[in-house]
Structure formats: structure tokens, C-alpha cells
Design a protein around this ligand. Sequence first.
Ligand SMILES: [Zn+2]
Length: 440
Amino acid sequence: MSEDVELALRSRRVVTPEGVRAATVTVADGTITAVLPYEAGVLAVELGDDALLPGLVDTHVHVNDPGRAEWEGFWTATRAAAAGGITTLVDMPLNSLPPTTTVDHLRIKKEAAQGRTHVDVGFWGGALPGNVKDLRPLHEAGVFGFKAFLSPSGVDEFPHLDQAQLGASLGEIAEFDGLLIVHAEDPAHLTDAPAGPAYAGFLASRPHAAETDAIARLLRQARRLNARVHILHLSSAAALPLIAAARADGVRVTVETCPHYLTLSAEEVPDGASEFKCCPPIREAANRDLLWQALADGTIDCVVTDHSPSTADLKTPDFATAWGGISGLQLSLPAIWTEARARGHQLTDVTRWMSARTAALAGLDRKGAIAPGRDADFAVLAPEGTFTVDPARLHHRNPVTAYAGKTLHGVVKSTWLRGQRVYSEGEFTDPKGRLLTRDG
Ligand SMILES: [Zn+2]
């Protein structure tokens, strides 16, 4: 055993980019140094049949801190992340006050996060009408890219872009080859949901055409400006052919979807159950099957939570007025694994969607794989273990979840950040997360 090995973990199921195999993973200075044979003769933490996964990278999380920390905060969100096997999250620029739309606001955000994160945290900036001048300074200050809405965001301080404003922001971002990530619903197709507890009315108020038209326009702008764009939380499978065609034609576009679109369906939403409300909406089971096909064939790149909580009182039984957002941080891995295994996918697929490709999206070269030179970020998962979701056992701030009562496969037993065990069987260490910037 070489002297600079300070830690080794061995498992019969190490999930590497090349496949699942029995191996010993050695770590020094928080970095993976080697992936050795299982019988390497190194003193190692023995994981047996528990799988060793690269820590997940969740690039779509609304922490809401500062300003709406009663909805969610850095302490609680990053505990939920750690308990869910997520070792890196990238925070969305809205729902906190102020939103992350200037360098000064980014500084305020970082002050709120500093020393309070149990996993590593990076930040997206925001593209608003009138802040084109702030985009390059934010890019230079280390945000991973910029979020824009093409329809109302749900909070007044984060207005959406019209097509001319989108062109101006995207043109500026293309100048420094940045990334624009887009909530793509076309307001021309959105109507006010009818008041009341029925899900069908809400679903009909946000039709497939809202997504397909917004995405078609975005792709035209990306092509015209040779800009890099990412489509957030794709719900409608109707947009998939457009995306595939644009990509085949050289448009630089990536796409994500979320656990709730892949594991829940419109048919199962009970009356008044606004914990299922999000935008774009959860659609029918047949649409969900097409999203899985697109994940399998690579049209959809990655899976992220879009964890977007509020206080429980805002989740009223009225689909017209309830807050739209689903809390998924702690449950995203078991929710996806449960459905993925039933559909014949492997753990390597899950880590490609939830770790490798999300790390690549954000340019996080040290994250996303169990391989020498990467950060020693791991999730230890009992893939055959099961549990029934009890909202009281979730670590995000407000115990609201669309997964309550579901029995899921995949128990996260421990989570490791740069070689340190930060979560184990319900217990956390002091926060050891770092604040990340683009390029390190
Ligand atoms: Zn979101």
C-alpha cells in the first residue's frame, strides 16, 4: 500500500464510466487516485454488495436563500441533497431575494451560503429584461451560465424575456461562449387555470404547444447566433423531434427532464394534491413513456430535480393559486432508480443521466465519474433496498412531497465529499461543502 493512500473504498459494484465492476477505489487529498482490482491488498472501507456511485450532480435546485429562506435554505437543502446521494448542486438565480442577476447580488448569495453547505454548491446567474450589461461581469465572477424564462416565472422580481430581449441576452452570452438555460413555455399558449381542486384544468392550461413553440423559437435563435442553449425541465415529448432535428443540424442544444415527469403521471394526481403542481406540468403516462425512450436514445441528456419548494401553506388545494414547484432533492435517486430498473436500465445509465452529463453541462471537470483525477465524491447505494416515503423523514425545510407513501428502491447509506463521509445512515457531519465557480 503506497503511503499517500489515505482512504480506500471497495465494493463488488463500483459504477465506473466503463461499467459496473468489483473494484477498490483509492483516494488522496480528496481526489481519486486509482481504481484498482477488488483484491488489491489495500486496507479499505468494505462496502460489499452496496454499490459505489459517483456523487450525483444536480444542476437545477432552487435554494431560495437569502430572502425566502423559510421556503428553503442552504443548510436544509444541502442536507437533503447529501441524504439523497447528491454531492454537488447548482443553485437557480430566482426565488431568493435578491435574485442572482448582478455581481453584487451574487456576492450576497455567497455570503448566505458560506459555511452552511453540506455539499458543494455553484450558482447560475439570471438573464432579465435590462440586465444584458451584467451578464459578462457575472460570467467573469464564476456563474455557470444564465437562466431565462420565456413566460412568467411565478415571482415578480424575475420577469421573463420576450423574443427581442431573448435575442439581446443570447447574443451577448454567445460573445463569451457562455450557456443560456431556458424555461421554455410560450405565454401565447398559456391560460389561467380554473379555480378548484381538479388537476385536469391545470394541465389543460399549459398544453404541449406551449413547450413546442417556445422551444422552436429558442432553437431558431440559437442557430442564428451560434449560441449554446439548454432546455430546462422538458415535460412534453412532443418537442423531442424538433430538438433531435436541430441537434443533427449542428445547433448546440442540450436537454434535461426531471424525476417527477419520469415517475409520476397526470392520471394519478388526486384532487387538491397541489404537491404535484409544477410548470410545465406532469403529463399523461403515455407522454412519460416517450420521455424514457428519449433518455434511452440520448435525445434527453440528463435528469435533474428542479427542487422548488415553498412553505406548506402555499401548497393550497386550489390548482389555480397553489405554488408551482416540487421538492425532489432527497428522493431523486431512488425515484429514478425504481423506475429505471423496472424499465431495464442499469446503474450506469442512472449515473450517466444524473452525474456525468450534468457535470459536463456545468463544465465541472472534477465531478461526475469514478476515475483517477476526479474529486472523491461518492454515493453508497443499496440498490435492492426499499423504503416507503415518509415526509417527516425528509431533510428539506418543509415536509411536502409528491412521493409520500410511495415505496422506492435504492437506499442511500452514505455520501462522501472529497474523501470525507458527510452523511451516514441519517447522520450528518458539520458542513464541508465548498462554493464552486466556473473554471474551478
Ligand atoms: Zn426550476
